[in-house]
Design a protein around this ligand. Structure first.
Ligand SMILES: [Zn+2]
Length: 111
């Protein structure tokens, strides 16, 4: 993970936000959510999005609606309605591409 090394060595200024493309799996619609509180250090963003709060459909549904300009669907907790299919920094560095409901990069990494 070169970008982490760069951040730790001070070569790269730590981004303060990431762009997360969410796909609503019922109809395939996509929306890009701006996560303003992401921390790239120590892969914290992966923990947030693929294992913790941001991995749950109740939160992803709200983020999707906010980004798409739709009313909040107020989803119950579940883990199949919204996939993260792309994560990138504002300067265009792709951190993740795929479908985290098919292959979770966080658990995939630690197993
Ligand atoms: Zn939930």
């Amino acid at each position: 993970m070169g970008y982490l090394k760069d951040i730790k060595s001070g070569k790269r200024k730590k981004p303060d936000k990431i762009l997360v493309t969410l796909r609503r799996n019922s109809d395939g619609a996509q929306a890009v959510y701006e996560d303003q509180h992401a921390k790239l250090e120590d892969d914290h963003w992966q923990f947030c999005w693929f294992a913790h709060n941001h991995s749950c459909d109740c939160n992803r549904g709200s983020y999707f609606a906010e980004s798409a300009g739709e009313p909040d669907p107020d989803h119950d907790c579940s883990e199949s309605k919204y996939s993260v299919i792309r994560v990138e920094t504002p300067d265009g560095k792709v951190l993740f591409e795929g479908d985290d409901r098919v292959e979770n990069p966080y658990y995939g990494k630690v197993s």
